[in-house]
Design a protein around this ligand. Structure first.
Ligand code: AMP
Length: 192
């Protein structure tokens, strides 16, 4: 099974993706985590992406699609993947469909975590406290830009996936365990 967890920054995608990984054995693929690791390791890729990420802008489609293409060839991904933070543009979504089709696979569902804007600001502030501010993009100014980028480039994917009949919405304002159980129900429905 391949899932996309969809929602704005701070919606809880990473938290829920980890739960899905543990419960269902799917591989959690977060382009943000992979890029942050590249920045921390000081690789060529990391150096090219750091300033863009610190501003809260999107790195190029080619970079993230390349990362995903390479990762999907690893044997563990054959079990299925939960995508977190990817795709973020229509181009990425179309490329993902082709990458999966070439591997005789497809996206089964896109789960949207619905969260109010005001709650996002509070959650990002909380994450900053919990991580000791290790994410350079968890500042109020960058968050404003990340939300703007989300609305402009990423939110249009909701129509794209609704058109494919794959979009499912869950209440992302519920406590973590409540969101997880709603997602579980969606996934049980997919298996049935
Ligand atoms: P995230 O942890 O998913 O919020 O990602 C952190 C940052 O990494 C984003 O603000 C972007 O700069 C970059 N990034 C992560 N995923 C993507 C993507 N799919 N497309 C473009 N940029 C991305």
């Amino acid at each position: 099974m391949n899932l996309i967890l969809f929602g704005p920054p701070g919606a809880g995608k990473g938290t829920q993706a980890k739960i899905i990984q543990d419960e269902w054995g799917l591989v959690h693929l977060s382009t943000g985590d992979i890029l942050r690791a590249a920045v921390a390791a000081g690789t060529d890729l990391g150096r090219r992406c750091k300033t863009i990420m610190d501003r809260g802008d999107l790195v190029t489609d080619d970079i993230v699609v390349g990362i995903i293409a390479e990762r999907l060839d690893a044997p563990d991904c054959a079990k299925g993947v939960v995508f977190d933070g990817f795709p973020r543009t229509i181009k990425q979504a179309k490329e993902l469909d082709s990458l999966l089709a070439r591997r005789a696979s497809a996206i089964d569902a896109v789960i949207e975590l619905k969260v109010d804007d005001e709650a996002l600001v509070g959650r990002i502030a909380q994450r900053k406290l919990e991580t000791g501010g290790t994410r350079g993009d968890d500042t109020p100014e960058t968050l404003r830009n990340r939300l703007e980028v989300y609305r402009r480039n990423t939110a249009p994917l909701l129509d794209f996936y609704a058109g494919q009949g794959k979009l499912r919405a869950v209440d992302g304002m519920a406590p973590i365990s409540g969101v997880a159980s709603e997602i579980r129900q969606v996934m049980e429905g997919l298996k049935a």
